[in-house]
Every structure is written in structure tokens, then in C-alpha cells.
Design a protein around this ligand. Structure first.
Ligand code: ADP
Length: 275
């Protein structure tokens, strides 16, 4: 059960807070995660504002995926909390402690979060359309005609309307990931979490998926992306979080981190990445 903690990021985001800033959608406060006796995520704190695209970069094993999975409550934090639109995720305050919410309530909360995984997580035996309709029909209880309409709209937006009737296993990896993005979007989430969305793809399929993700950044979607596509992150992100060894070492604009990082490890990482 997590303790409520008041945490200060290792390196604070020095972007001044503007009165006109869009509202905070996602708030991560002092989140820590241990596996056995190893701390893989230490005291992570940051906010994501409505419409922002924030990329999480850093070497392998830095804790980036663990951070995303903890936000979605796929992993329970050992301390710290996550709030979505001001609502505590996974827990409720009971007296002086936090109690885990029932699975049903957590499932309801997760509907506000669209998750895209490295390995797509689609149902391979079902059609593309069935995969995208699944959430609206079975999780949200939307009637089938409306769910179909929404699913076809999202498939159009990822360029796969023509593949609606195809079986998922007949699609390429890049197409499957675009279906997974449509499936995440169709429930109209408040935030999208993308966990290395192009890492499992053959190189020639990476671009089509990055283009779809890029198209979302201009459309007001709030996104948190773990990626090794450094140039892409620089191009599309409003802010970048740099992590190393389980800690957020620096948060800033792409310009700050790529050209003027204050953290020594961040400087080394971005210097090497842009060689
Ligand atoms: P990244 O996404 O930055 O590559 P991860 O979050 O996947 O890093 O992993 C951070 C560290 O946590 C790694 O050392 C990894 O081996 C460890 N780890 C991740 N998941 C588990 C798990 N379920 N059990 C034990 N260790 C884990």
C-alpha cells in the first residue's frame, strides 16, 4: 500500500508556470517501485498538461516502462500517487491511509487511459474492426452501431479503414500497431500512454507508426511516450523527461535537453544520441 509522499524531482522543470497553462491532466507524485530489493523507480514526480506530448527518454533499464505501467496501475507503486484529472488512480483515501480500490473501479478509471504496448496486444484471431469495437461494446457498453461508427472513424484516422474486415494476423506489424492505436483512441481517453510503440517493428514499418502518432500531437491529445526514437521525440515533444537508473534526472523542452542539459548523465545521453 503506497504512502502518500511529498516529492521533489531531482531536477525541477524550470519552465515558469503560466496562468494560461492548460489544466493538469496527469499528476505523478513521488512514485517509487521496488522489485525484490532493487528500486527500479525512485520518487518520480511530474505533471502533464492537457494537449501536451511528453516523451520519456533514457537508457535501457532506466525504469521508463515501469513508470508507464505504474501510472496505469498495471504495477502498484510502493509509495507515491498518480492522479488523473484530479482523481486518485487505484486508491482512495480512507482516514489516514490509502486503500486500494476494487478491481471494477480501477477498470473504470483505466477507461480514461489509452495504452499502446510494444507488442500490440491485439486479438489475432479477430478482425481489425472487432478489435477496435471491443472496448466500446464490452467495456463502455455502447451499442454496436455506434461502436462500429466510432471504430471506423478511428480506423480512418490511422489510415486503415480499408482493412476493417481483415484478420489482424494478416496485417503487417506496422498496420497492427496502427490498429492498436485506433483501439486505444476509440474509447476517447484523457491521456494516451505509449510504451515503445515502434520497438517491435521492422525498420521499414517504423515511419508509418510514427506518422500516426505525430498526427495525434497536433490534435489536442495528451500523450506520454516512452521511445528510443530520439529524433522523433525531439520533433514532436513539448517536453522531455530524461530518466536514468530509476530516477528522473531532468525535465525540460527538447531544446533544453538536447542542447543545454544541466544533468551530467542527460548531457552525455543526448550528446551521444545526436552524434
Ligand atoms: P526501461 O523501460 O527504461 O528499459 P524498465 O522499466 O523496463 O526499464 O526496467 C527497469 C528495471 O526494472 C530493469 O532493471 C528491469 O530488469 C527491472 N524490472 C522490470 N520489470 C520487472 C519485474 N516484473 N520484476 C523484476 N524486475 C523488473
Amino acid at each position: 500500500m503506497p504512502k502518500s509522499t511529498k516529492a521533489t524531482p531531482v531536477v525541477a522543470d524550470d519552465r515558469p508556470s503560466m496562468p494560461t497553462d492548460p489544466p493538469v491532466v496527469l499528476e505523478v507524485l513521488g512514485v517509487t517501485k521496488n522489485y525484490s530489493d532493487a528500486t527500479v523507480l525512485a520518487d518520480a514526480s511530474f505533471e502533464v498538461h492537457a494537449g501536451e506530448t511528453v516523451s520519456i527518454l533514457g537508457p535501457s533499464g532506466a525504469g521508463k516502462s515501469t513508470l508507464l505501467r505504474t501510472i496505469n496501475h498495471l504495477e502498484k507503486p510502493d509509495s507515491g500517487v498518480v492522479c488523473l484529472n484530479g482523481e486518485l488512480l487505484g486508491y482512495e483515501v480512507r482516514g489516514d491511509h490509502l486503500a486500494e480500490l476494487p478491481a471494477r473501479t480501477i477498470a473504470r478509471q483505466r477507461r480514461s487511459i489509452g495504452m499502446v504496448f510494444q507488442d500490440f496486444n491485439l486479438f489475432p484471431h479477430m478482425s481489425v474492426l472487432q478489435n477496435v469495437m471491443e472496448g466500446p461494446v464490452h467495456v463502455m457498453g455502447i451499442d454496436r452501431d455506434e461502436a462500429r461508427r466510432r471504430a471506423l472513424d478511428e480506423l480512418t484516422s490511422v489510415g486503415l479503414r480499408a482493412k476493417a474486415a481483415a484478420k489482424v494476423s494478416d496485417l503487417s506489424g506496422g498496420q497492427q500497431q496502427r490498429v492498436a492505436i485506433a483501439r486505444a483512441l476509440v474509447t476517447r481517453p484523457d491521456v494516451m500512454l505509449l510504451d515503445e510503440p515502434t520497438s517491435a517493428l521492422d525498420p521499414e514499418m517504423v515511419d508509418e507508426v510514427l506518422q500516426v502518432i505525430k498526427s495525434l500531437t497536433g490534435g489536442g491529445m495528451t500523450m506520454l511516450i516512452v521511445t528510443h526514437e530520439i529524433r522523433f521525440a525531439r520533433d514532436v515533444s513539448d517536453r522531455i523527461i530524461f530518466m536514468d537508473q530509476g530516477r528522473i534526472r531532468e525535465i525540460g523542452t527538447p531544446e533544453q535537453l538536447f542542447t543545454n542539459a544541466r544533468d551530467e548523465r542527460a548531457r552525455a545521453f543526448f550528446a551521444k544520441a545526436t552524434q
